[in-house]
Design a protein around this ligand. Structure first.
Ligand code: CP3
Length: 344
């Protein structure tokens, strides 16, 4: 069993650690040969639905990179299938979600589901990953946050301006609120099922919420994210992650989470000042920095560690996921630099 004093879990509680723990969003993915070899044989959805393979993908980066936490191999969009929505990953256009959410009636057609019945493969991946990790590092579970999931349902995929999503908010706030209530309940239930299956921390990805104004965030998102987090099993650290939210950080913090994830568009010390030093912080190297030579990567790691100032409660990460073009040796160099330069 992973002890509660593992550096990652201790940092989540803002306790002193011998070095700054580090992991990377998308640490299991296409930049890694082991992953690409499996992808040559199976589709992405097949991998997600095969717990033996998904657990292997979860564990590989821990061995290969020396990171301080594993993240479950799955996807934020898996939850949409049991809501009655068809999901597809296309090579050219990324995820395609075949849904039509325009009216209240469309929202009411979304199904409720029991995660144990509808997403058993995710929970089995949790159990298999915990067994394979054998207490070496903690396992992080995750879900999309209600806003980011709503944006995929409404836009049908990734989007540049979120115009359909904003149009629904402005023109039919009743339908929007109904949608956010359903998603909030589904996400809490799903994360609690992951916790029961054995994850030791959870991350809520609100990847695209930075497209909103602070007032729209407060009115149309904050209450639902807050309800999602408030309904989670207590005692398990919650990482609340978003990007492009330098102007929303106080509200993001107010919505909840023990650790706030920030991207590189804001300085780590300024972000921490804004959210308050009574929560932990995760971040925030620009993923593109990993394309630079290891010496430059080291300089940038140094800068971020300096901004954290040795204060307990910093978890080193990128500001967003690892880019597919990243050389694995650069990631290894980054992890080593974090451990060495933060050693105390
Ligand atoms: O972090 C990890 O290593 C764990 C696994 C994980 C994946 N997706 C695997 C994945 C996690 C935590 C996610 C979260 C996720 N998925 C988010 C939030 C994080 C973020 O990037 O903001 C989002 C928005 C998604 C939705 C999604 N899934 C998109 C937009 C895409 C296509 C674009 C892309 O990056 O490929 C995916 C596919 C996806 N999810 C892949 C992986 C490894 C690539 C699939 C492939 O092998 O082709």
């Amino acid at each position: 069993m992973t002890g509660p004093n593992h550096p990652f879990l201790a940092a989540c509680r803002r306790e002193k650690t011998p070095y700054t723990p580090v992991w990377l969003m998308r640490q299991a993915g296409r930049y890694m040969k082991e992953y690409r070899d499996l992808r040559a044989k199976f589709s992405f959805l097949e991998l997600c639905k095969r717990p033996d393979l998904a657990a292997e993908i979860t564990v590989t980066p821990v061995e290969r990179l020396g990171v301080d936490a594993a993240i479950l191999f799955a996807d934020i969009l898996l939850i949409l299938e049991p809501m009655g929505v068809e999901l597809e990953y296309s090579k050219e256009d990324g995820p395609l979600i075949h849904s039509e959410i325009v009216t209240r009636t469309d929202v009411e057609k979304l199904l409720e589901f029991d995660p144990e019945e509808a997403l058993p493969f995710v929970l089995e991946t949790v159990r298999k990953s915990r067994a394979a990790l054998n207490g070496k590092v903690p396992l992080i579970g995750f879900s999309g946050a209600p806003f980011t999931l709503a944006s995929y349902l409404i836009e049908g995929g990734s989007s540049r301006n979120y115009l359909r999503t904003k149009t629904l908010i402005y023109s039919n706030p009743g339908a929007w609120r109904g949608l956010m209530e359903r998603l909030s309940a589904a996400v809490s239930k799903y994360l609690n099922a992951q916790i029961s299956a054995g994850v030791e921390a959870v991350q809520l990805f609100d990847s695209w919420v930075g497209c909103l104004s602070p007032d729209d965030y407060q009115r149309y998102v904050l209450p639902y994210t807050r309800a999602t987090i408030a309904a989670l099993t207590s005692g398990i650290p919650v990482i609340h992650f978003s990007t492009g939210t330098a102007g929303l950080l106080k509200s993001i913090r107010a919505a909840g989470g023990d650790i706030i994830g920030v991207d590189w568009r804001v300085r780590l010390d300024e972000a921490w000042q804004q959210i308050g030093h009574d929560v932990a912080i995760q971040g925030n190297l620009d993923p593109a920095a990993l394309l630079a030579a290891p010496k430059e990567i080291r300089n940038r790691v140094t800068e971020i560690l300096q901004r954290a100032g040795g204060r307990p409660g910093h978890i080193f990460n990128l500001g967003h996921g690892v880019l597919p073009e990243t050389p694995v040796e650069h990631v290894v160099a980054m992890v080593e630099a974090v451990h060495e330069l933060s050693s105390r």
